[in-house]
Design a protein around this ligand. Sequence first.
Ligand SMILES: NC(=O)c1ccc[n+]([C@@H]2O[C@H](COP(=O)([O-])OP(=O)(O)OC[C@H]3O[C@@H](n4cnc5c(N)ncnc54)[C@H](OP(=O)(O)O)[C@@H]3O)[C@@H](O)[C@H]2O)c1
Length: 307
Amino acid sequence: MQAIQYQSFGPSDVIVLSEVPQPQISNDNEVLIQVKAASVNPLDIKIRMGFMQKMRPVQLPFTPGLDAAGEVVAIGAGVSRFKVGDEVMAATMMGAYAEYIVAKEDFVSLKPQNISFAEAASLVVNLGTAQSILFSEGQLESGQKVLIQGAAGAVGATMVQLAKNNGIYVIATASGKGVELLQNLGADEVIDYKTQDVTTLVKNVDLVADCAGGETQSKLFEVLKSGGKLLSIAGMPAPELAQKYNIDARFISSNLSAKSLENGLNLVSEGKIKPIVAKIFPLTEAAQAQDFVSAGGMHGKVVLAVR
Ligand SMILES: NC(=O)c1ccc[n+]([C@@H]2O[C@H](COP(=O)([O-])OP(=O)(O)OC[C@H]3O[C@@H](n4cnc5c(N)ncnc54)[C@H](OP(=O)(O)O)[C@@H]3O)[C@@H](O)[C@H]2O)c1
């Protein structure tokens, strides 16, 4: 089968389209999926550059891709929730830039019928991450307040929709055209982080969901109520600030299991959460797709069309 690979870490020109053996089911709980679309995540670029080798080492040659959508072509003997021909979306954590992937049943969900394969691929990381921050770790309840930093990004825009549909009051930050996007998605308040100071405009939120990281993260402690939570997917919060402001501040790794996606996928099926696909590239242009993500400035997910 065809798959994207690289033999060394570095800029996007290390990426090549290769002919590799098709993966096979080797455990009873696995599903073989013919990939129709795979998403491009910022993590793919950090792994390719070799920046993740201490935290999340990979072996070369490596096929990137955390998540995909496609059709089930074979199932292991112990698989009960899927049959051949089902249209699904799955998290594999590697290898999704390819014509076939093997995924564990617990990380596979049925694709809602009202969305395309590209839209489904775009949602796996976004929904799983949003659910992890807001509810599994954030423990938010209806009526509580969240500040979502970097809310016009792929994860953030999905998080805004998931939060609003679960009765959460949403304050969201973005810049430029992202402000209008978030207003259209139903955020209660939108702050342009380039022209406005979030610390003077926001106080006493229950949770900060930080999807941007960087230097601005340290200011976000000031908008929380004492005893609140600062959960980041983009950078480790400073322990001394957590202590100073009495905040439960942590870096979060998202749970991408089917269980974690369930709440969001129900809302997608009902048309209440809209996937946002920024641009679709063919698999052969995976390098250009990663460069497009690296350049930033887009809204939504970049997706590779595989078949
Ligand atoms: N830990 C995990 O499990 C996990 C899971 C998923 C993603 N992530 C990480 O989370 C981050 C976001 O992912 P993504 O896919 O949503 O990326 P993305 O689509 O590139 O979005 C990032 C957003 O951050 C915003 N931003 C940048 N600097 C900002 C600042 N100083 N203040 C406020 N917003 C700022 C940008 O907004 P503007 O365009 O408006 O400037 C952009 O929309 C990435 O670093 C990714 O690797 C981690």
